[in-house]
Design a protein around this ligand. Structure first.
Ligand code: ADP
Ligand code: MG
Length: 288
């Protein structure tokens, strides 16, 4: 039978904007010793701003942004929204056909009949387009049409206000490993890791690589770990279901995330993870 205090715990969690889908997840949450975070939209705001536009191959800044914004017009990735915002003008979706998201890579679409690619170096490589190595800190979106390289756009994200404090609180609570997984570049991941005091990161991961990483962490040599994964569900719903406790950002996160998660944070604040853990332990009678 379920102790009455569990209902108190779940109710208390909901009062701080944390939705727990069952008493078993409250119990698991009280035992978590490894917290794995997705980067974009979870530890960072996911509201990228275009900070530089670098055309190559004869096009102008505004043409590059126009193509990128149109190619991104069907995507709900935070990166896509930032490109459309920087373009400023209205996107004409009637010019766009065959738009397809390549998860963890970028997008591919036809604009006025021409094939346009917008995404990272992996996307370019997968389509046989040669892209230059870029020596800047920021997320880089390469743009190509019909196999020809057209330049790149640099976008920058910011870490959430309470992210560093949350990592500190989790460490103080005895969480041994705070890990970040990201599809973004090594340079960006290293900068965010240092800024937040994370224990470890893994960069340039595809969605399937994230699942593999989580499985490796779950079967660590030092014995079984209770692992929580925190994400927004964009490209990471499979990991949410694999973790002992899948925690989703509920406000900006996707429906897929809310569906796949065991715990939903209504206001997307990482600090609520530490609060929920404290409450879970109190409910279980563990002193923190
Ligand atoms: P994260 O692991 O940081 O949450 P994702 O797995 O969602 O990031 O995406 C990983 C990388 O794939 C991004 O950093 C970007 O380079 C590329 N990417 C994903 N979606 C898009 C998109 N819609 N447009 C351009 N690039 C994208
Ligand atoms: Mg993501």
């Amino acid at each position: 039978s379920v102790p009455l205090s569990f209902f108190g715990g779940i109710g208390g969690a909901s009062q701080i904007g944390v939705l727990v889908k069952g008493s078993n997840y409250l119990e698991a949450l009280s035992e978590v010793d490894t917290v794995v975070f997705d980067k974009t939209g979870t530890l960072t705001n996911g509201t990228f701003d275009v900070v530089a536009v670098h055309p190559a191959g004869g096009v102008q800044n505004d043409e590059l942004l126009e193509l990128a914004a149109h190619a991104e017009s069907f995507s709900d990735h935070p990166i896509a929204a930032s490109v459309r915002r920087a373009y400023g003008a209205q996107v004409d979706q009637s010019r766009v056909s065959d738009a397809a998201e390549e998860s963890g890579h970028g997008v591919c679409a036809r604009i006025d009949g021409r094939e346009v690619l917008v995404g990272n170096a992996k996307l370019m490589a997968a389509h046989g387009v040669e892209a230059p190595a870029c020596d800047v800190v920021g997320t880089i979106l390469h743009v190509a049409t019909d196999g020809r390289y057209l330049g790149h756009v640099v976008i920058a994200d910011t870490v959430k206000d309470d992210a560093a404090q949350t990592i500190g609180d989790l460490h103080a609570a005895g969480v041994r490993r705070c890990v970040m997984l990201t599809g973004d570049r090594e340079e960006v991941a290293a900068a965010v890791t240092a800024q937040l005091g994370l224990d470890e990161y893994h960069a340039q991961l595809l969605p399937a690589d994230k699942v593999e990483r989580v499985e490796a962490l779950l079967s660590g040599e030092e014995g079984h770990h209770k692992l929580a994964f925190v994400g927004d569900g964009i490209n990471d719903a499979p990991v949410l279901t694999r973790a002992d406790v899948g925690i989703a950002m509920g406000a900006m996160g996707s429906d897929a995330a809310i569906e796949a998660a065991d715990v939903v944070l209504m206001d997307d604040k990482p600090s609520n993870i530490a609060r929920a853990m404290r409450l879970a332990r109190k409910t279980m009678g563990i002193v923190w």
